[in-house]
Design a protein around this ligand. Structure first.
Ligand SMILES: O=C(O)[C@H](O)[C@@H](O)[C@H](O)[C@H](O)COP(=O)(O)O
Length: 259
């Protein structure tokens, strides 16, 4: 059975976070294999928050995944040194990169020399993206094989916050933000066009604290940042535990059975 129905949002539920990590492992491993078969690499972007831990719990021991072909970006990053406790890179390194053999040059971090200038840091990140994606097809936007996102209690995703002017960005690939309501205030973030050009986008959300927001995002039409993630031709999936999905009424699938 295919794991995706193009155009539809797939909501995979799991009894707990351990099961969610198993499902995520299965999903990511499959997409990684498909992408490597197709173009000899797997381009993936990840977020901060609880995502790296959920992602790596099972995946880091998955011997069937060829991590040497992974090319990793951060869907958003904080303007802090790479060894700072707020760094999304540091988090991902501790949770995943330290356990798997992704070549160092394939992990695209914010340029640590530019963290005092978010504009420059965002420009630099765009140049890094161009190095990976602007190949013979000369694409207008990067097309990631997979973008993995979290969602905040206010409906934000990446560093795209409700009512912020960045929600209207239609051209730039990566934007600076200096007034993030979630600390730290200075960050860089992918924009909606980049999220929406990906082949696959998956949100990961766990815990009762996400119940109300998930119900709002998945059952009620709206324009919250996470609701504006609508891949144009790609797929959209949610990986959630039962606690987070408790109030969701939209069609849900038992994750591991369906995957
Ligand atoms: O850099 C960041 O702050 C994150 O990328 C952010 O977008 C995160 O994914 C959400 O806030 C969800 O965070 P939790 O998973 O911790 O709830």
């Amino acid at each position: 059975m295919p794991i995706h129905t193009p155009g539809a949002t797939q909501i995979y539920t799991f009894p707990d976070t351990a099961a969610l990590s198993k499902g995520l492992d299965k999903y990511v491993a499959k997409l990684s294999q498909e992408a490597i078969k197709r173009h000899d690499k797997f381009t993936v972007a990840i977020s901060g928050g609880s995502l790296p831990k959920q992602l790596s719990a099972v995946l880091k021991d998955n011997q069937s995944v060829d991590f040497t072909k992974w090319i990793v970006y951060f869907a958003d990053e904080r303007c802090v040194p790479l060894d700072h406790e707020d760094s999304n890179y540091l988090l991902a390194k501790k949770e995943l990169f330290d356990y798997v053999n992704i070549p160092e040059e394939n992990i695209h971090t914010i340029n640590p020399d530019l963290i005092n200038d978010p504009d420059e840091a965002a420009e630099d990140y765009i140049s890094q993206l161009a190095g990976t994606f602007a190949t013979k097809d000369s694409v207008r936007f990067p097309v990631f094989d997979l973008i993995l996102l979290g969602v905040g209690p206010d409906g934000h995703t990446c560093s795209l916050f409700p009512d912020h002017e960045l929600l209207n960005e239609t051209a730039s690939w990566c934007a600076p933000i200096i007034d993030s309501p979630k600390p730290p205030p200075r960050r860089i973030t992918f924009t909606f066009p980049v999220l929406n050009h990906a082949h696959h986008v998956a949100f990961v959300a766990a815990g009762a604290g996400k119940q109300d927001m998930l119900h709002q995002l998945l059952d009620t039409p709206g324009q919250l940042p996470a609701q504006r993630v609508k891949p144009i031709t790609g797929t959209l999936s949610w990986f959630v535990d039962d606690a987070a999905a408790a109030k969701v009424t939209s069609t849900k699938h038992q994750g591991l059975e369906r995957l």
